[in-house]
Design a protein around this ligand. Structure first.
Ligand SMILES: Cc1cc2nc3c(=O)[nH]c(=O)nc-3n(C[C@H](O)[C@H](O)[C@H](O)COP(=O)(O)O)c2cc1C
Length: 307
């Protein structure tokens, strides 16, 4: 009998549906016991978001400053798991504050030490550097990453920016103005994510988690978009400077910080609508000379290796 913990945090329920679908084949197996847990914050993040709160979450998300999470029930903490499945969303190119906060607790270390782990990401489309940050946190917990599954919005970058903002501020995952596509991960991708559970089941029962990621990649659990990798890396450098500057102005309601948050809002718009297209042009121009590096990047970011 294998004991599996599925732990995640979701605001809209999108990631809950994804992890539940992935866990379905495991739930249905006689050889596996599945325990589910949702990470909860002592002070919850309201959903839908108010614009001010959405922007204010930036410095602490990016700088990975933890907040208080509710304790994990003893009944879970006292168990030894053969495998953990961690579902997380990306906030500002980093693991969401609830995920980062959980991974920074002693409870996470207790649960994850010497335990194989699979990450499941539900995001817009920029997750590569967030996963690098999660790899570091998992290493600190003494856990071994054996799999990664990414569900993302497949629409082009700028369309998904418009539709996700609409979704986050309205709380409704529906077509905006009747012309834009539905935001977030498509229902088809969510429904079809049960196939990843079948792969996990096979590898768990045959005690072959070391080769799990190869099988997951064959099922298109991870698809690397080289331009988004480049944009993610560039944005991480710039976000680092902004996050430090805004964080140095103090807590979220301090006047000085509010002013800088407003300036950051304009910068974000500029970055999305002006800088990103320029980076895209540079990406196209340098595609051939950089094709060797792009191939290497694709292999690395599809894997569970840690640099
Ligand atoms: C504050 C905030 C920042 C976000 N930043 C990113 C991001 O940098 N990259 C990305 O792909 N998605 C980003 N998203 C989208 C989330 O990863 C996720 O898809 C969405 O919040 C739905 O997840 P849920 O299941 O928790 O509701 C962001 C969402 C929020 C709320």
């Amino acid at each position: 009998m294998k004991n599996i913990l599925v732990i995640h945090y979701s605001q809209s329920g999108q990631l809950t549906e994804i992890v539940n679908n992935i866990a379905m084949p495991l739930n249905n197996s006689k050889n596996i016991k599945v325990v589910h847990h949702q990470i909860e914050m002592e002070t919850p993040f309201a959903f839908p978001w108010k614009k001010k709160d959405f922007l204010n979450a930036f410095p602490e998300s990016f700088l990975q400053i933890p907040s208080k999470t509710k304790p994990i029930p003893e009944a879970i903490l006292n168990q030894k798991f053969d495998l953990v499945i961690l579902g997380y969303s990306v906030w500002y190119l980093s693991p969401s504050i609830p995920t980062n906060s959980f991974l920074s607790t002693p409870e996470a270390k207790q649960l994850l030490a010497n335990t194989p782990i699979i990450t499941v990401i539900g995001c817009r489309n920029m997750w590569v550097m967030a996963q690098e940050k999660v790899k570091t946190l998992l290493k600190e917990c003494g856990s071994k990453l054996v799999g990664n599954i990414v569900l993302r919005d497949r629409h082009i970058n700028h369309i998904s920016v418009i539709t996700i903002v609409q979704w986050m501020f309205s709380g409704e995952k529906k077509k905006y103005l009747g012309i834009f596509p539905k935001p977030g991960v498509s229902q088809k991708d969510i429904d079809e994510s049960t196939r990843f559970g079948d792969v996990i089941l096979d590898h768990t029962i045959s005690n072959n988690l070391d080769n799990l990621q190869k099988s997951l990649v064959k099922e298109e659990a991870v698809v690397i978009k080289p331009f988004l990798v480049l944009a993610d890396k560039r944005a991480n450098v710039l976000f680092g400077k902004w996050a430090k500057l805004i964080y140095s102005k103090g807590e979220s309601n301090i006047n000085k910080r509010t002013i800088w948050i407003k300036i950051f809002n304009y910068y974000l718009l500029f970055a999305i609508w002006v800088i990103a297209p320029v980076v895209f042009l540079l990406f196209l121009l340098t595609y051939l000379p950089l094709s060797g590096k792009i191939k290497k990047d694709k292999k690395y970011y599809s894997s569970v290796e840690i640099k």
